[in-house]
Design a protein around this ligand. Structure first.
Ligand code: FAD
Length: 432
C-alpha cells in the first residue's frame, strides 16, 4: 500500500504541512498533481500561470528523480476521474492534502472525500497556507470581524498564543514512492502553449522589508516583495515569509500579509460574495456597463496616463502594483460606472497572482461594496494620485511613452463630470 500527497496550491517540498504528515508514517508517499479540466477548460491556451505551474512541477519531478529515485504523477482530468484512476492503478491507503478555502475547492474536496469514503480510503487535510483559518480569529462574542483593524489586532494577539513552527517535510523525501516512471503530462498534452510572460522575481531582503512603508506606494520602484504569485501557488512557504516579516521592527509588511488572511476568512464565511456585493444595497447600482469604454480601459487607452500605465503593466507582465490596482479599479467602477465584477473577471484572467479572495476583496473595496471598503464618495482623482505617487512621471513614461504626444487619446471622460455622475448614481442606489 502507498500513501498519496496531492499538491494543489502548495507546490513545494519545504515546510509543507500536509506533505510532512504524509511522510511521517510507515508508507511510501506518491506525490500527485492534477491539471484540473474544470479549471483549464476556461483558460486561454497561452495562460502564463499554466506555464509556471508546469515548469515548477518539472523542476520538482527532476529533483525527486535525481535525489530520491522517485517522481510526481501528473494527470490531466477532472479531479474525480483522476482520483478514480489513481485508486484503480495503485493500492492507496490514504490521500493527504492541504486545505483550500475557495468556494470551488470546498465543493471539489467534499466530492473527493465522499468518493474516497466509498472506497474505504481516508482523506486528510491540513492547514498550510494561512496562520489562522476559518473561525480561528473571531470576535469575542463569536462571528467574523468585518473590519480589518480589529481583525489584525486579534490576529496578533492570537499569534502570541500559538506554537509557531515550521514543518521540515523536505527532510523526509526519502520516503517518497520509489518509482521514476509515473504518469507525466506535458504542456502540449494538456493543450497549452508556452507563455512569454514570466513570473517576476521576488524580493524579501531585509532592506526591502525595512523600507517597505516608504517604498510600497511608489510604482516606479521595486518597493514591494512581488511575492503574490509565489504565495498563490505555494512555491514559497508562508511561514518563512511570516518569519521574515517578524524580523523587522516595522509591522506594515506583516499587516499586508494579514490582509491576505482577512480576505480569505471573509470569502470562506461569505462565499456568495464572490459575485454579490457584500453590502446588498450596492447591487442596486445602475452600472452603465458600456462595452466600448470597457475595451479602452482593458487596453490602456483611457487617456488617463496613470490608469493606462497600470493596465499596460498588467497586460504585458501579468502583475500590477497595488497602488495602481486601486487607481484602475476606482476608475472602472466610479469614472466609467462599470460593474466591479467585470473588472474582477478581467484581473482573474490576467493576474499571475490571481487569488479569488484578495481579488474580490480588492474589487469590492474599490467599488465601495465590500467589508471595510473605501466610502463610496471617495473617488480617486487620477491626477492627484499621479502627483502623490508618480510625481516625476517615471512610471508613466515607462509604460505610456507617448502620453504627451498627439498619438495619445484625449481623456475618455472628463474627471469632474464623471465624479458627479458617480456620486449621483451611488447615492440613488444606497439611499434608505
Ligand atoms: P507586497 O506589498 O510585497 O505584500 C506582500 C504580500 O501581502 C502580497 O504578496 C500579498 O499576498 C499580501 N497583500 C498585500 N496587499 C494585499 C491586499 N491589499 N490584500 C490582500 N493581500 C495583500 N492580491 C493577490 O494576491 N491576488 C489578487 O488577485 C489581488 N487582486 C487585487 C485586486 C484589487 C482591485 C486590489 C486593489 C488589490 C488586489 N490584490 C491582490 C492585493 C495586492 O494588490 C497584491 O497582493 C499585491 O500588489 C501583490 O504584490 P506584492 O507581492 O509585491 O505585495
Amino acid at each position: 500500500k502507498i500513501r498519496v500527497f496531492w499538491f494543489r496550491r502548495d507546490m513545494r517540498f519545504e515546510d509543507n504541512v500536509g506533505l510532512y504528515h504524509a511522510l511521517s508514517g510507515e508508507f511510501q508517499v506518491l506525490p500527485l498533481f492534477i491539471f484540473d479540466k474544470h479549471i483549464l477548460d476556461e483558460l486561454p491556451k497561452d495562460d502564463a500561470r499554466i506555464t509556471f505551474i508546469h515548469d515548477e512541477l518539472q523542476k520538482m519531478r527532476s529533483y525527486l528523480q535525481e535525489h530520491h529515485n522517485s517522481s510526481i504523477a501528473t494527470y490531466h482530468d477532472t479531479p474525480e476521474n483522476a482520483i478514480k484512476q489513481l485508486i484503480e492503478d495503485f493500492e492507496v491507503e490514504a490521500i493527504y492534502t492541504n486545505r483550500d478555502y475557495e468556494p470551488y475547492a470546498q465543493k471539489r474536496d467534499a466530492k473527493i472525500d465522499a468518493l474516497l469514503a466509498e472506497n474505504g480510503i481516508e482523506f486528510h487535510n491540513f492547514k498550510d497556507q494561512v496562520i489562522f483559518e476559518k473561525t480561528e480569529v473571531e470576535k469575542n462574542d463569536g462571528g467574523m470581524y468585518l473590519v480589518f483593524t480589529p481583525y489584525m489586532k486579534q490576529w496578533k494577539k492570537e499569534f502570541k498564543n500559538i506554537d509557531f513552527k515550521t514543518y521540515p517535510s523536505e527532510d523526509f523525501l526519502d520516503k517518497t514512492y520509489k518509482n521514476t516512471r509515473l504518469p507525466n503530462v506535458s504542456l502540449s498534452d494538456i493543450g497549452f502553449e508556452r507563455s512569454s510572460i514570466k513570473v517576476p522575481k521576488h524580493n524579501l531582503d531585509k532592506t526591502l522589508l525595512k523600507d517597505y512603508e516608504e517604498t510600497r506606494n511608489i510604482p516606479s520602484i521595486e518597493g514591494t516583495s512581488r511575492l503574490s504569485p509565489y504565495l498563490r501557488f505555494g512555491t514559497i512557504g508562508y511561514r518563512k515569509v511570516i518569519e521574515k516579516a517578524l524580523s523587522v521592527k516595522n509591522e506594515t509588511f506583516l499587516d499586508e500579509l494579514i490582509w491576505r488572511e482577512f480576505y480569505k476568512a471573509i470569502l470562506y464565511h461569505y462565499p456568495e460574495t464572490q459575485d454579490r456585493a457584500f453590502k446588498p444595497k450596492y447591487d442596486r447600482i445602475e452600472w452603465r456597463n458600456n462595452e466600448e469604454d470597457f475595451e479602452k480601459w482593458k487596453s490602456g487607452q483611457t487617456g488617463y496616463p496613470i490608469v493606462d500605465a497600470g493596465m499596460r503593466q498588467l497586460n504585458e507582465t501579468g502583475w500590477m502594483h497595488n497602488r495602481l490596482r486601486m487607481v484602475v479599479g476606482s476608475f472602472l467602477c466610479k469614472h466609467l460606472l462599470i460593474d466591479w465584477r467585470w473588472g474582477e473577471a478581467y484581473f482573474a484572467k490576467r493576474l499571475l497572482d490571481y487569488e479569488m479572495s484578495s481579488n474580490v476583496g480588492g474589487w469590492q473595496w474599490v467599488a465601495g461594496s465590500g467589508v471595510d471598503a473605501a466610502p463610496y464618495f471617495r473617488v480617486f482623482n487620477p491626477y492627484s494620485q499621479t502627483d502623490r505617487f508618480d510625481k516625476d512621471k517615471k512610471f508613466i513614461k515607462k509604460w505610456v511613452p507617448e502620453f504627451e504626444s498627439d498619438k495619445y487619446p484625449e481623456p475618455m471622460v472628463e474627471h469632474k463630470m464623471a465624479r458627479e455622475r458617480c456620486l449621483e448614481t451611488y447615492k440613488d442606489a444606497v439611499k434608505n
